[in-house]
Ligand binder design. Structure first.
Ligand code: C2E
Ligand code: MG
Ligand code: MG
Ligand code: MG
Length: 274
């Protein structure tokens, strides 16, 4: 078999591309070990307002592999979603983020965003685990944002909308992540009780020179404003992109231009020296 790797060598493919069954099994086993040994870490990426002040941070999980160092969520979240391991990982990330919030707040970051997989949403114990984390760490209304993608609606629209309303009742904000890249129709925007809309990086890239991206993003900004939602532009890498977004009254931005995702200690360091 052409794709078999020699023993000792290990190669990371993009999981969605071409992970052979054997490799999937290996990764799955390693992931289980990572869960048991608690090899995960939460990094935080600042979200800034239109004058560049840090108002929030997004929690982004990393797998701290003993030999390979930090492994990106892009490499293991898709598999963890298929195997259900995302439930355990996601709950841990949520707890960690809620725990870290008090430290973040001491440094002026008043809100933390956590990514949730559709699979977590459909678990019977999802709401109680969120309630528990919020209560345990004294998270107040408006301090926690649930980032979800429109794809959460595809499996059971009624159930997922009900869950979003229950989260709202707990004082948790809803942000629609990766807006414009999923498979749902625009009609869902009328239904989802989201306060925030995150424009995906693919529409932000080169916005100052890419007229098609600019048209889409301006349209989204107008629509969001009229629907009473605020917008976060993702993946802002250059000052040209930032300036363009500022000209069109984008509320919030996130991207390497401001800061990469960092371990909490490094983020606090960065905040202190900003
Ligand atoms: P996302 O939620 O859309 O997060 C934004 C991603 O864009 C992050 O990638 C972030 O590091 C990256 N990013 C931010 N600014 C820039 C930029 O200026 N340029 C570029 N090229 N990239 C930028 P990351 O950390 O690799 O996470 C990838 C995805 O993995 C996330 O996309 C999210 O869908 C998923 N993910 C991460 N942590 C979790 C988690 O705890 N639970 C779940 N369910 N998914 C997670
Ligand atoms: Mg996100
Ligand atoms: Mg996103
Ligand atoms: Mg994304």
């Amino acid at each position: 078999e052409a794709k078999r790797l020699g023993s000792g060598t290990y190669q990371w493919f993009s999981p969605e591309l071409d992970l052979g069954t054997q490799q999937q099994l290996t990764l799955r086993t390693q992931l289980q070990e990572a869960i048991t040994k608690q090899q995960f870490e939460v990094f935080y990426q600042p979200i800034v307002n239109n004058v560049g002040a840090v108002v929030a941070a997004e929690a982004l999980v990393r797998w701290k592999h003993p030999e390979q160092g930090y492994i990106s969520p892009v490499e293991f979240i898709p598999l963890a979603e298929r195997t259900g391991q995302i439930v355990t990982i996601g709950r841990w990330v949520l707890e960690q983020a809620c725990r870290d919030l008090s430290q973040l707040r001491e440094h002026g970051v008043g809100q933390v965003s956590v990514n949730f997989s559709p699979m977590q949403f459909y678990r019977d114990d999802f709401l109680s685990s969120v309630e528990q984390a919020v209560r345990a760490y004294g998270v107040k209304p408006g301090q926690l944002v649930a980032e979800i993608t429109e794809n959460v609606l595809l499996r059971d629209t009624t159930a997922s909308l009900a869950m979003m309303h229950k989260l709202r009742d707990l004082g948790i904000e809803i942000a629609l992540d990766d807006f414009g890249t999923g498979f749902a129709s625009l009609s869902y925007l009328n239904m989802i009780p989201a306060q925030k809309l995150k424009i995906d990086r693919i529409f932000v890239q080169d916005i100052h020179i890419n007229s098609r991206n600019a048209a889409i993003t301006r349209g989204v900004l107008t629509m969001a404003a009229e629907l009473g939602m605020t917008v976060v532009a993702e993946g802002v890498e250059t000052s040209d992109e930032r300036d363009y977004l500022n000209n069109y009254a984008c509320d919030f931005m996130q991207g390497y231009l401001f800061c990469k995702p960092l371990p909490i200690a490094e983020l606090i360091d960065w905040l202190n020296h900003k």
